[in-house]
Design a protein around this ligand. Structure first.
Ligand code: CAA
Ligand code: NAD
Length: 296
């Protein structure tokens, strides 16, 4: 099993920032890259604030907190990830964009490096086909928010080696996560089940079954989900939900996975959820970036 010292993360959005925090808080050197400088700046303060919160709660000593903050290096240059032992990609949920990145990474990453994707739904086998190292490509699917959720879903592509699987599993466990393993089918385990439920909630709203508040309260109070499906969709990002539904619809070839027109319309209008301040609900942004914004 390969030794991991440096973790590269690409995409400094809500998932990438959370993964970078997990890696730094657990003592790994971290190189975080994003094509958008403002995303890097936001992620940098999210990681520092989250580490400081661990120190204030007494979960990390002051010295370990200061060390952890120094472990994160944000970079606008993808080539700075050339020292990473594992690179975790968490960019936009688009097969074409991810494949282009995997092809670039294959050229700049260490020969021994594992290339992992945090994709919610896209075929790992196809992402691996964009590289000359398909045996070192794997799905490492964190749940949102990565610092809080206990699960990592690991997906082997058709060519993923046993060594890549065991190194990735051990890394997820070093982050304190429980690992489940899925075959490489659209949406894997969690989103194969979760996303059709969210899509159905949009259909319930679209066809006038109930208000958004009653749909959410029904699932929160009636089935003990921590969030209703519409507020969860806003939390995940409606663009991400729509991309996943499209992968399920195309990949499984069944009309029951067709994205709800209301979900499509929200995305077309730029109402992407909490990250944009508006989705199914409207949100007020809090200055403190470690916490999600409040719902109106
Ligand atoms: N980053 C870091 N920590 C966070 C956080 C974030 N974004 N959001 C909340 N937390 C922490 C808080 O600091 C708090 O920590 P302490 O207990 O140590 O103080 C703790 O989580 C609880 O937070 P809150 O009291 O503010 O709020 P809450 O109890 O309502 O929990 C929640 C917030 C954890 C998000 C909870 O509502 C929840 O579990 N929601 C469902 C999340 C879910 O289902 N995620 C999976 C989505 S599907 C997916 O990720 C896969 C995909 O591909 C789309
Ligand atoms: P996000 O929109 O919050 O962040 C994506 C980031 O990637 C942005 O900062 C963007 O600037 C950057 N980016 C886009 N293309 C890039 C490129 N070519 N090179 C470098 N940076 C690039 O998205 P997110 O919610 O963090 O999702 C990221 C990935 O994680 C997606 O594959 C998504 O399906 C998956 N995921 C999301 C969730 C969730 O709940 N949002 C949960 C699990 C997995």
């Amino acid at each position: 099993m390969a030794e991991i010292k440096t973790v590269g993360v690409i995409g400094a959005g809500q998932m990438g920032a959370g993964i970078a925090f997990l890696a730094a808080a657990n003592g790994f050197q971290v190189r975080l890259h994003d094509s958008a400088p403002e995303a890097l700046a936001t992620a940098q303060s999210y990681v520092s604030n989250s580490i400081n919160a661990l120190v204030s709660k007494g979960n990390l000593s002051q010295a370990a907190g200061s060390d952890a903050c120094l472990l994160l290096q944000c970079t606008a240059n993808l080539k700075d990830l050339c020292t990473a032992d594992v690179i975790i990609e968490a960019i936009v949920e688009s097969e074409d964009v991810k494949k282009k990145l995997f092809s670039q990474l294959d050229k700049i990453a260490k020969v021994s490096a594992i290339l992992a994707s945090n994709t919610s739904s896209i075929s790992i086998t196809r992402l691996a086909s964009a590289t000359n190292r398909p045996q070192q490509v794997i799905g490492m699917h964190f749940m949102n928010p990565p610092p809080v959720m206990k699960l990592v879903e690991i997906i082997r592509g058709a060519e993923t080696s046993d060594d890549t699987f065991s190194t990735t599993k051990a890394l997820a466990e070093r982050f304190g996560k429980t690992v489940i393993s899925s075959q490489d089918y659209p949406g894997f385990i969690v989103n194969r089940i979760l996303m059709p439920m969210i899509n159905e909630a949009f259909y319930a709203l679209y066809t006038g079954v109930a208000t958004r508040e009653d749909i959410d309260a029904g699932m929160r109070l009636g089935t003990r989900h921590p969030m209703g499906p519409l507020e969860l969709a806003d939390f995940i990002g409606l663009d991400v939900c729509l991309s996943i539904m499209r992968v399920l619809h195309t990949g499984l070839g069944d009309s029951r996975y067709a994205p709800c027109p209301l979900l499509v319309q929200h995305v077309d209008a730029g109402r992407l959820g909490r990250k944009r301040g508006i989705g199914v609900y409207k949100y007020i942004k809090e200055a403190e970036k470690t916490r999600p914004s409040a719902k109106l």
